[in-house]
Design a protein. Structure first.
Length: 167
């Protein structure tokens, strides 16, 4: 790190502390040459994440839009705000960990649906109806049948797991 006073490149760190809820590090440095102290901040540089819309447009990823969609899906349900925020965090982390700096709305929707399936089935169906653009009752019923089949499978596995523990 270059000293802002004498431009010497040899400095030492005298103190480090996390700031901004752990999103950055504040470092106190001392120049080896002139002895003056200064502060630097270290933050992770986030590359802009672009979302490819179904109509071909591109826009920046917006956590707020995703959270708003979840809020509407979970309206009048018992899903805590902290759970919805965790879903947004998990989805954002997942898409930022992928190689591409561009993600489709389909990918985002599928990631949300994977989590909603385990959180609240009504919220899942609400989100799916908007995301998958159900255009008739048949497509809606197919999604419900799929969800019911998964629910029955989980109940059966849970029941079998209890039987094994009792033996």
């Amino acid at each position: 790190m270059r000293c802002p006073y004498c431009q010497h490149t040899d400095t030492k760190v005298t103190d480090s502390r996390t700031t901004d809820e752990g999103n950055s590090i504040r470092r106190r440095r001392e120049c080896i040459s002139c002895g003056r102290r200064f502060t630097t901040y270290e933050v992770v540089e986030e590359v802009p994440l672009m979302v490819a819309k179904k109509n071909g447009r591109r826009e920046l990823f917006d956590r707020g839009k995703l959270l708003n969609g979840l809020l509407r899906s979970c309206d009048k349900r018992t899903v805590p705000m902290s759970i919805m925020e965790q879903v947004v965090n998990d989805v954002e982390r997942e898409i930022r960990n992928e190689v591409s700096q561009e993600v489709t709305t389909d990918r985002i929707g599928e990631l949300v649906l994977q989590q909603l399936k385990d959180i609240d089935q009504v919220a899942y169906v609400r989100f799916a109806s908007v995301y998958r653009k159900f255009d008739n009752i048949d497509s809606f019923m197919e999604e419900l049948k799929s969800l019911k089949k998964l629910d029955n499978k989980r109940k059966k596995e849970k029941s079998e797991s209890k039987e094994v523990k009792e033996d």
